[in-house]
Design a protein around this ligand. Sequence first.
Ligand code: ATP
Ligand code: MG
Length: 446
Amino acid sequence: MKQIDLPAAAEEILRTIWQAGYEAYIVGGCVRDASMGRVPSDWDITTSAGPEEVKKLFRRTLDTGIKHGTVTVMVGSEGFEVTTYRIDGEYLDGRHPKEVTFTASLEEDLKRRDFTINAMAYNPERGLVDLFGGQEDLEKKVIRCVGDPKERFSEDALRMMRAARFAAQLGFSIDEGTKEAMKELAPTLKKVSAERIQAELVKLLTSEHPDEFRTLYETGLTAVFLPEFDACMNTPQNSPHHVYNVGDHTLKAMEGVRADKVLRLAMLLHDMGKAVTRTTDENGRDHFRGHARVSEEMAKKILHRLKFDNATTTAVCRMVKYHDWQIHSAETEYYLRLALHQIGKDAFPDIFEVNRADVMAQSDLWRDEKLSRINRLEELYHSVLDQGQCVTKEELALNGKELIELGVKPGPAMGKILDRMLESVLEDPARNTREYLTSHLESFLS
Ligand code: ATP
Ligand code: MG
C-alpha cells in the first residue's frame, strides 16, 4: 500500500500526540478516500489519548463532542476532529451513541466502525492498519460490514442506509451477506430518527449514482421511511408515453438532473401522486389527471415527516408542482412573463431541467417534439430576461415610495394599485415607464 500524503497540519497533530507518548492515526473516510485517490473532505484522527490530554497538547481546541471523546484541534482556520479510541454503546435514537467507553486498543475502535472500507487507520510511522480487509474490498468495490452484518445493523439500523449511501457515492456494490442482513433487518429502521435518515438520504440522492435508491426499495427500507415510493413501484403506466412503472420512471428521472439536493428530491417526489390519481379508461389506458398537484401535497407531507427545513421543502414542492407545466403552456413571451411572475423568477432555469429529465424518462414517443417545445420555452425565457422585461412588482418603474409622493395613501389599496400596474406591464412591457404608469395612474385606482 502506497503512502498517504497528509496535509501538513494533520501530520503535525499526529506527531505532537505521538511525541507525548500516545498513539494517533488518521482514520475512517479519509483513509478510504485517499486510498482511492479521492480528495478527502476532512481528516479525522483517532488516538489513545483521552480528550483532556488532547486538550492539553494543543493551544486552540473546541469541545465538539467531549462526552464522546471528540475534540476539534484548530490549526489556522482549519479544524481537525481528534477522537479518543472508543467502544460505542447503544445508538438508540440520537445522532451519537447513548454512551461510549474509551479504550486503549486501536483494534477495538476500528471494530466498532460500520464497513471494512471505513475501518482503516494510517499514520506515517506505522503505515496502514487494515484489520478487516478494507483494501481488498476497495479493490473489489464492495461495501461489507465489519464483522457480522446482522449484529452491526442491530446495533445501529442507520448503517443500512449508510451501506446504500456509500454504494451510491463510490459506485460500489453491496456484499451479499450485508445485503441479506439489510433485507432481514430493514423494519428496524423505524427506530432511527428522521434527522439521521434524512442526512443519509440526501447524500445518496446527491451522489453520482442516485439510482442506488433502488437498493433501499429492494431491501425494504423505503417501506419504512417512504412507503409512497413502494406504491409508485406498484403503479403501472399503461400509456404510449411511458415504458416504466412510476417507480422505475422516477429512478430514471433522478439521473436526468444535476446532483443538487432540491432537484434530486423534486424528481424523487414528482410523480408520487400518480399512485392515487390513476384511472384506467375503456381502452385500458392509464391516466393520472391532476397528479402534479397531488404530488405537491404529498411532497410537502413527506418532507415535513423527514424533518427537512422549510426552504428546502418550499423549493422542492414548487418543482414538483410545475414538473410538467410545459405541457399546458403557450409559446409566447407574454406567457413566459406570467409564468416567471407566478412560479417565481428564481425557479428558472432549473424548472426546464426538471421538465427535460421527466421527458427523458418517458417513452420515445414524440420525445423530440416534447424536447423542442421545452427548448422554445427556454428561448422565450431568455428573450424575456435579455430584454429586461418586468415580471415582479420590484421591477416596476414606479415603486411604493413614489406612489406616496404622487398622493397615494399607503396601505392595502396601494398594494392593489401595484398589482394592477404589474398586470398591465406583464401584458405589455413597453408600459413599464414612469411616464406611462404616472399618466395612467387613474386607471389603476379602480
Ligand atoms: P463522508 O465523506 O461522508 O464524511 P465518512 O466515512 O467520513 O464519509 P462519516 O459519517 O463522517 O463518514 O463517519 C466517519 C467515520 O465514522 C466512518 O468512516 C466510520 O468509520 C465511522 N462511522 C460513522 N457513522 C457510523 C455508524 N453509524 N456506525 C459505525 N461507524 C460509523
Ligand atoms: Mg466524514
